[in-house]
Design a protein around this ligand. Structure first.
Ligand code: 1GP
Length: 250
């Protein structure tokens, strides 16, 4: 069943066409620095703060960050876990993901089974999401044992996204990997958009406005930026990105 956070996300997408989420890696930052970044990102017009990290194993650290951010901002804080340790009771929702092209069943259904009871216990809104790694995927590609979809084979990405939809996942996240040098191409995004009817998230290596416009035009509903938040002048870049991708989709 669709919850409050998912309804909010869908409303924002229907207003703006494509929206931006900021990803805070809980491994890298103190709660105060994370809070500061989240507040600035909110001021730039991002619509949610994702908190996660593919090697985030310190659940206490993650929870401290989530709690501190939550006290400061109005937009939802959504968990983007790489493992069962990515669950905090204080977030607004969780991207309950299956790494669809992993070669290790742990990342497809086992971590999910282990985490599910905790999600229920904490009363977190669960947003079902197919997570698909394109290319080598950087850290998540390695940790998640992804058999990355070749970036020049958009039709393979589309097959996985459609399978996600048929399995009931309302969101699909196309991941190039945090900090990678080349983001997901607009041809992959466009091919997935042709077949997938849910909310389409694209992330990994997106750092400038021009790239985000192309990805938005190709059909992304949400663009995720993470590494960009460590730039000194990230506020001006994200503000420009948020404004430039508004309603560029045909
Ligand atoms: C990683 O897609 C996100 O999961 C964000 O990637 O850090 O490269 O922006 P960047």
């Amino acid at each position: 069943m669709m919850g409050r956070v998912e309804r909010y996300i869908r409303e924002e997408i229907s207003k703006y066409g494509t929206i931006v989420f900021a990803l805070i890696d809980s491994e890298d930052l103190s709660p105060d620095v994370a809070k500061d970044i989240a507040l600035k990102a909110e001021g730039c017009g991002v619509k949610s703060i994702l908190v996660g990290g593919s090697t985030a194993i310190d659940q206490i650290e993650l929870d401290n960050i989530v709690k501190t951010i939550k006290k400061t901002i109005k937009i939802p804080v959504i968990l983007f876990p790489g493992n069962v340790t990515g669950i905090s009771p204080n977030a607004d929702a969780i991207l309950f993901s299956s790494l669809m092209n992993s070669e290790n069943p742990y990342f497809i259904t086992e971590a999910q089974a282990l985490g599910a009871i905790l999600v229920k216990k904490y009363g977190l809104e669960s947003i079902p999401m197919g997570y698909i790694v394109i290319g080598d995927g950087g850290t998540i590609g390695f940790i998640g044992r992804a058999r990355g979809i070749p970036s020049n084979k958009p039709e393979l990405a589309a097959m996985y996204a459609l399978a996600a939809e048929y399995m009931g996942m309302r969101f699909v996240y196309l991941e190039a990997g945090s900090g990678v040098t080349s983001h997901i191409s607009s041809s992959v995004v466009a091919k997935v958009r042709e077949v997938f009817n849910g909310v389409l998230i694209v992330g990994g290596g997106i750092r400038n406005t021009q790239d985000s416009i192309e990805i938005a035009k190709a059909g992304a509903d949400i663009i995720v930026v993470g590494t960009l938040l460590s730039d000194k002048d990230f506020e001006s870049k994200i503000k420009e990105m948020v404004e430039s991708i508004k309603n560029v989709r045909q």
